[in-house]
Design a binder for this molecule. Structure first.
Ligand code: FAD
Length: 565
């Protein structure tokens, strides 16, 4: 059946070009068929879908299904039934900002009760870290607000305590964070300084008499701004600040401040305001914080040797924009998560747009002929299929990066840092470009909220800015590469060879991937390596030169295309 379809499509294309009579077809083209039969029912799949899913998801498939199952059981996730008895979940996009914040928190508390976050900070094995990655990805596919909220709690606040703190900090806060008895935020950015962390103006001094640190916001541009979870929920904050001892600046340091009591009241000498409505992620309460000579115990300075080691190594090795925290694990793990979530968002968008392009017909090639399926137009193929191919490639690269991260050693730290900077930028930009094309490819239907693509654009847009603005990350990556010859050579010296290979074998998969830009070439090499590794394992007949097939993805909200082109 699918072979017939492929043949028939080739006829349609030829006919379109030659303007000849419509091809003979034993496939019914009545309106009923195209309106009522989804493509995955009409067409069978020519390769092993389960194998393909295994390859694309890469790891922890059971845990993914477990979390999907937990979500679908509870009405907090807006379960809906669609044709064929299929069940879907997706957020209710009619809610106000306040309602979105409230329900996002309720969803988290429900997942907490189900044990989803167990061990997220206290278990450190590679297996535990991989499991955590997939749970973020599944949450992000459901609603990026959910994933971003968890990111603030565990990746920013939790990991800062874990990586910059010592045993006493871990004992005090990690378990309580896992159980949401402590709700954390990460206050680095200020109104006056975002990418340039060195310029932060918040000042902390030490009072030897009381043995306390005193945090102060000396001017309006020093107010902490864009702080996720600060507007409503956070009880504790990581505060990134200049440290001044006896009038001498000691550079950027990391402190913990309790900003609300357990009943949610803001502590004295702290002022908090809301950043207001945003183009996306409105389920995350984002706020501004001012400190008015706010006192914290001296133990609240996070003082692990890693912290100081990182600061020194950053200064000595990189000498780039950062006497800041760019080389730190909280941000690195955040970037790995952001990049892999971006690819899942692109997959959802493509599933929606390609599925639609296999249902929607428009214009006939000849007066009496049937209307042509959108995907049978070469222009439509050129718009969507290279993006699909790139999404495959980047999916493999994201999985490789996760593996690199969970198996990190002191020797690989620098490489992971540089790879995650490059891939965070490339994969999030790719997601935004893909979603826009998918939105347009669905015509008017793409504008409809229920079809999700527009909301994904709004929600995921911020990924190009937070945890390192993409353009700034690219510059930083380039600066590091120019200093680190071994990394540079490992990732870019084979550019000529890659170009040959691209021409010979992988033109479709890797079109536009070798840019002249050094940083992009670096990130793309990481992608290429992942593709080459994955190619060997692809199910027969699934990806070939100049030909791409897609798997039956298991997204809740949107079933995926099952056709073969
Ligand atoms: C929804 C949201 C949530 C956030 N959550 C948090 C949080 O929880 N905690 C936190 O601390 N921060 C958070 N942030 C802040 C975020 O990390 C910053 O917005 C980001 O680092 C960029 O800083 P900026 O906004 O000041 O932009 P800027 O640094 O001012 O950049 C503005 C533009 O200038 C360009 N630019 C900057 N420097 C250079 C340069 N050297 N050369 C060339 N071009 C340059 C950038 O590419 C960008 O296009 C959040 C932001 C948002 C929007």
């Amino acid at each position: 059946m699918s072979e017939n379809h492929a043949l028939w499509r080739a006829h349609v294309l030829a006919n379109h070009i030659l303007r000849s009579a419509p091809p003979p077809s034993n496939i019914s083209l009545t309106r009923d068929v195209c309106l009522h039969t989804p493509p995955e029912v009409k067409e069978s799949c020519g390769f092993d879908v389960k194998e393909m899913r295994k390859l694309l998801d890469g790891h922890n498939l059971e845990e993914r299904d477990w979390l999907y199952g937990i979500m679908i059981q509870n009405n907090l996730f807006n379960r809906k039934e669609r044709g064929g008895g299929k069940e879907f979940v997706s957020p209710d996009y009619n809610e106000t900002m306040e309602q979105q914040r409230e329900i996002s928190m309720k969803r988290i508390l429900y997942l907490l009760e189900k044990g989803v976050f167990q061990g997220w900070l206290t278990e450190t094995s590679p297996e535990a870290e991989l499991k955590k990655f997939v749970l973020y990805e599944v949450c992000g596919m459901y609603d990026y607000s959910l994933s971003a909220k968890l990111g603030v709690q565990f990746l920013l606040w939790g990991n800062a305590v874990k990586f910059f703190g010592t045993k006493r900090h871990h004992e005090k806060w990690l378990k309580d964070t896992e159980n949401y008895l402590v709700k954390g935020c990460f206050a680095m950015t200020e109104l006056g300084h975002g990418s340039n962390v060195r310029g932060i103006e918040t000042v902390t001094t030490y009072d030897t008499r009381t043995e306390e640190f005193v945090i102060n916001t000396p001017c309006e541009s020093a107010q902490k701004y864009w702080i996720g979870e600060a507007a409503t929920h956070a009880t504790h904050a990581i505060v990134i600040s200049q440290l001044e001892i006896n009038g001498t600046n000691q550079g950027i340091h990391v402190f913990v401040a309790q900003i609300r009591d357990q009943d949610g009241n803001i502590c004295p000498n702290i002022r908090i305001a809301d950043c207001g409505h945003k183009i996306g992620v409105n389920g995350v309460d984002i706020g501004r914080i001012w400190f008015d000579n706010f006192r914290i115990p001296r133990e609240n300075l996070l003082n692990s040797s890693l912290m100081f080691h990182l600061m020194e190594s950053m200064l000595a090795l990189l000498k780039i924009l950062i006497r800041d925290l760019e080389h730190s694990w909280p941000l690195t793990s955040g970037r790995v998560t952001i990049a892999s979530c971006a690819i899942y968002s692109a997959k959802v968008g493509l599933a929606v747009a390609i599925r639609y392009s296999l249902s929607r017909r428009t214009f006939s090639a000849v007066a009496t002929g049937p209307e042509v399926l959108l995907l049978d137009y070469p222009s439509h193929q050129r718009r969507l299929l290279p993006l699909l191919a790139k999404t495959y490639a980047m999916s493999f690269a994201a999985n490789d990066m996760k593996m690199m991260y969970v198996k990190r050693t002191p020797e690989t730290n620098k490489e992971i840092h540089v790879v995650s900077m490059g891939l965070k930028a490339l994969l999030t930009w790719h997601n935004m470009r893909t979603l826009q094309e998918c939105r347009e490819a669905c015509g008017g239907q793409g504008v409809k909220t229920e079809n999700r693509v527009g909301h994904l654009k709004g929600d995921y847009d911020v990924q190009t800015t937070f945890e390192g603005d993409n353009n700034v990350l690219m510059q930083q990556q380039k600066n590091v590469l120019l200093k680190e010859r071994d990394l540079l050579e490992r990732y870019t010296c084979e550019v000529a060879e890659l170009q040959e290979r691209e021409k010979a074998e992988l033109s479709f998969l890797l079109s536009h991937q070798l840019s002249e830009d050094l940083s992009k070439a670096f990130a793309e090499k990481a992608i290429l390596q992942a593709v080459l590794d994955a190619e060997a394992k692809l199910p027969a007949g699934s990806i070939k030169v100049n030909k791409v097939t897609v798997s039956h993805g298991r997204f809740f909200a949107q079933p995926c295309l099952t056709s073969k082109f």
